[in-house]
Design a protein around this ligand. Structure first.
Ligand SMILES: *Cc1c(COP(=O)(O)O)cnc(C)c1O
Length: 402
């Protein structure tokens, strides 16, 4: 029987070769590198180094080695039986929350730090808002023995004291910035400023945003999620899911899962955005309510005001609270291959509690958006779906009280 063969499908730990096809960083009309000349040169060098290194056997072997023995890949695909019964559809969870450090970001941090070392970088530069990206970067930097500077707005340093302590314990230097609003946007400016002045540093971007080649690199390093999930669902069910669902902040965990199914036209691709407290002027739902614009180096969708200037975003989930989004997701939406829907803070908190109670899994509040959207869309539908559980939710315990 054919299913017997499928059951034996070997789950490979490897990213998707197909994610390397796009070499110019354009996703239809979206993407590109809209940067001042001082950045154009280092970014061109980065794009060239990525292309040269990433296909080499030694890079592949090293990357896969760390994904397996350090991150703990492949992450399991878990059949959520009680959640399935509750929703009335067959739901599997891709357990990125079980990765070392508790989320998907580490896949990308390790890939980029391996590249940085091959480029001869002397230190890693990163920015962080809530601290999740800072911790993932500091972790990979400690692993590879390379110095790491994490820029952070002064207000965030105060708000995220625990993650600041984590980063410092991991050996990173946390640099507080007093620029502007003293939050993420200003940390980006400070980190970029440092990077421009220090050509032997490597700027590590944590999501599928920013100028080319970052969206391409991040998409590639995260594609291991979808590559595994596709083999795992075929293994478990003998067929492809009817839909795959993930939360979208910048879009990296989502593209990781989605990339495995882009070629399967019968699989619906659905993203959950941070819908804020439920009004259009209080949201992080960049694709659902934003407009095409150039923001932080890329042409994609962006939350803008009436004059077309970028505005602030609002979400209960720090990881979804970003006014821009990946140009690849903009393209997937534009072409109709994927669709994106806002989930409000209240709905996300319900998803958070639901999964905790029904499966004994406390999901990140970001991932809870995907759980909540699945519960909404698949209620009583009897469909087969895979949800990306991008991270674990101990960090969000105080949100539950709100
Ligand atoms: C950072 C983060 C996100 C959002 O980032 P993407 O690039 O959109 O994946 C989602 N979930 C968790 C757990 C995160 O830490």
């Amino acid at each position: 029987m054919e299913t017997t063969n499928i059951t034996k499908t070997h789950v490979e730990v490897s990213p998707l070769e197909s994610m390397l096809n796009n070499t110019d960083g354009m996703y239809g009309k979206f993407g590109g590198a809209h940067v001042p000349p001082v950045l154009a040169e280092p970014l061109a060098r980065l794009a060239e180094a990525f292309d040269k290194e990433v296909r080499t056997k030694s890079f592949q072997q090293e990357f896969i080695h760390y994904l397996k023995t350090y991150v703990g890949r492949p992450s399991p695909l878990f059949y959520a039986k009680r959640l399935s019964q509750h929703i009335g559809s067959t739901i599997y969870l891709k357990r990125e929350d079980l990765n070392h450090t508790g989320a998907h970001k580490i896949n990308n941090s390790i890939g980029q730090i391996l590249l940085a070392k091959r480029m001869g970088a002397k230190e890693i530069v990163a920015e962080t808002g809530a601290g999740q990206q800072g911790v993932a970067t500091a972790t990979a930097a400690a692993l590879m023995g390379i110095p790491c500077k994490v820029f952070m707005g002064a207000i965030d340093v105060e708000r995220q004291a625990l993650n600041v302590r984590r980063m410092r314990l991991l050996g990173a230097e946390v640099i507080s910035t007093d620029l502007g609003t003293k939050t993420l946007k200003d940390a980006v400016d400070a980190a970029l400023g440092y990077y421009i002045e220090h050509p032997d540093s490597y700027y590590l971007l944590g999501s599928q945003v920013g100028p080319h080649p970052y969206p391409r690199m991040v998409g590639y390093f995260q594609s291991v999620i979808g590559q595994e999930a596709r083999a795992q669902i075929l293994n478990a069910e003998g067929r492809l899911p009817q839909s795959v669902i993930a939360c979208v902040g910048g879009g990296s965990n989502a593209i990781g899962l989605f990339s495995g199914f882009l070629g399967d036209v019968e699989v619906k691709i659905i993203g959950a955005e941070g819908g804020g407290k439920a009004t259009f002027d209080n949201t992080a739902a960049t694709l659902s309510v934003g407009k095409p614009a150039i923001f932080q180096g890329t042409y994609s969708f962006c939350l803008v005001d009436a004059d077309g200037n970028p505005t602030e975003s609002h979400s209960v989930a720090a990881g979804l609270d970003y006014p821009g989004v990946s140009p690849q997701h903009a393209y997937l939406m534009d072409t109709g291959r994927a669709n994106y829907q806002p989930i409000t803070d209240t709905e996300a908190l319900e998803g958070y509690k639901l999964l905790s109670r029904l499966e004994g899994i406390i999901p990140a509040i970001e991932s809870s958006h995907a759980v909540a959207l699945a519960a909404k869309l698949l209620k009583g539908k009897g469909q087969l779906a895979v949800i990306n559980l991008s991270g674990r939710g101990d960090k969000d315990l105080d949100r539950e009280m709100e």
